[in-house]
Design a protein around this ligand. Structure first.
Ligand code: B1M
Length: 221
């Protein structure tokens, strides 16, 4: 198979949730010398975008989204060490979680992989993380940044609740807060009082580095 055929097959097999085939094609692509970036950005992510669009149109339902998500997650397990293997030094600690009421984790996991690849130590709290767990974890790990993902318009308001709880616990000024997820915008991030927002995983890495650098410079001044 050519690289183009592999990408096309990956796109199609992810969409129908054929996890074994997606895994096989991912392994084949890597063995053939394809980059993990091309597999991710030219096949897997566009496929899930189409799954979302079909769900919106009523052509796909939750089970279809679920199996497509599982197929993508299987491929990510193969790509994870390759995307993260840059040998970068630790640049900071990033505490990450999907907010309460939200089970989506593929995007969050992708951000984690990119952060690890850029040299961050990532502590992942998982999904459906309640405010008190974010607060406890900030207290325990003292991260440079706490990152919160929300993928539903109904769970985005949890950012504000989490930030309020950090403020109540007297820890808001100790940690940088970053937010993200498909429905989140810069305007929304500003409105809830977050320090940073990014629309995708690579921008998240760049933004995280900028925010840490700015905070460290401020502390020196
Ligand atoms: Co759901 N779902 N889902 N879903 N799902 C969406 C998000 C949706 C947009 C589909 C649609 O209608 N088009 C829609 C949300 C609409 C809205 O509120 N705006 C939706 C819905 C409605 C639902 C349910 C309510 C469906 C139902 O039950 N009726 C339900 C909710 C369950 C819950 O959470 N309580 C539900 C359930 C599910 C599944 C469990 C079946 C499954 C999740 C599997 C999993 O994650 N383990 C699922 C899936 C797979 C999707 C879609 C199809 C794909 C999500 C995904 O993984 N995208 C999704 C449609 C879509 O997004 N196109 C959809 C790929 C991923 C790489 O992108 O998640 O955007 P993304 O992550 C990006 C950025 O957002 C950013 O970087 C990531 C990588 O580039 N980012 C950050 C993420 N976190 C960040 C943090 C940062 C910075 C950047 O800083 C801290």
């Amino acid at each position: 198979m050519t690289s183009e055929e592999i990408l096309k097959a990956l796109y199609e097999e992810t969409m129908v949730g054929n996890a074994p085939k997606v895994l096989e094609l991912t392994n084949q692509g890597i063995a053939d010398g394809m980059t993990p970036d091309s597999i991710l950005f030219e096949a897997l992510i566009p496929s899930l975008e189409e799954v979302g669009a079909r769900f919106e149109r009523g052509d796909f339902f939750v089970p279809e989204m679920l199996i497509a998500g599982r197929a993508m997650a299987g491929a990510l397990n193969v790509l994870r060490p390759l995307l993260a293997d840059t040998g970068a030094e630790t640049v900071g600690t990033f505490l990450m979680g999907t907010v309460k009421g939200d089970v989506h984790d593929i995007g969050k996991n992708l951000v984690n992989i990119m952060l690890e690849g850029a040299g961050f130590q990532v502590i992942d709290l998982g999904v459906q993380v309640p405010p008190e767990k974010f607060v406890e974890a900030v207290k325990e790990h003292k991260p440079d940044i706490v990152g919160m993902s929300a993928f539903l318009t109904t769970t985005m308001p949890m950012f504000k609740v989490n930030i309020h709880e950090l403020t109540k616990a007297g820890m808001r000024d100790d940690v940088i807060v970053m937010v993200g997820g498909a429905p989140v915008t810069q305007e929304y991030a500003d409105a809830v009082g977050a320090d940073g927002y990014a629309s995708d995983a690579s921008t998240a890495v760049r933004k995280a580095k900028e925010l840490i650098q700015a905070k460290r410079q401020l502390a020196k001044a």
